[in-house]
Design a protein around this ligand. Structure first.
Ligand code: GAR
Length: 187
């Protein structure tokens, strides 16, 4: 049994999908959710799934609260699943290769500060890209710069809107993110 801390800032559909994936396999892994937003929908999902969850704000991150909680929780893996804050560098230093993020594009394209969620898909469409995808990578002290673990691609049609692209990318995320996490837990 492994302990996995999932961090999400908003909807949390990836967090829910990951937990469901392991539950369907009767895995006994223990999940805990942390969000930086007190009204994030991921909290409703946590309640529905009976998973423990808590709010740790950006201000609290700066005060060391997230570091203290992670130290208490002793996770085997920390998963950023739609977590939109820069992850504190002191935690990154303590957990080398134990923190992973999913980014909704093919890094190094469309990464960096301010490049998250719909902003990424808007940029992909504006740039007339013919393909996009997902990148799962280790977290470093900079946005979207850690070593790449896995990428998957999907075509972008000329007629695709940013919403269409978002839907295609979410499909890739739901298919691959749990499997990559499973592999990392087993390595
Ligand atoms: C996901 O598409 C994820 O890749 C993206 O936010 C979305 C969260 O959706 N993450 C980033 O943009 C990080 N830079 P969800 O809350 O429904 O899982």
């Amino acid at each position: 049994m492994k302990k996995i801390v999932l961090l999400a800032s908003g909807s949390g559909s990836n967090a829910e999908n990951i937990i469901k994936y392991f539950r369907e396999k009767n895995s006994l892994h223990n999940f805990h959710i942390i969000t930086n937003k007190k009204d994030a929908f991921v909290l409703d999902r946590a309640k529905k799934m009976n998973v423990s969850a808590e709010v740790i704000t950006k201000k609290q991150n700066d005060e060391g609260v997230l570091l203290d909680r992670i130290t208490e929780l002793k996770p085997d893996l920390i998963v950023l699943a739609g977590y939109l804050l820069l992850f504190p560098a002191d935690i990154v230093a303590l957990y080398p290769n134990k923190i992973v993020n999913i980014h909704p594009a093919l890094l190094p394209k469309f990464g960096g500060k301010g490049m998250y969620g719909s902003f990424v898909h808007d940029a992909v469409v504006a740039n007339k890209e013919t393909e996009t995808g997902i990148t799962i990578h280790y977290v470093s002290e900079h946005y979207d710069e850690g070593a790449v673990i896995f990428q998957a691609k999907t075509p972008v049609a000329e007629t695709d809107t940013a919403l269409d692209v978002a839907a295609k990318v979410h499909e890739l995320e739901y298919e691959h993110f749990p499997k990559v996490i499973e592999k990392l837990l087993n390595d």
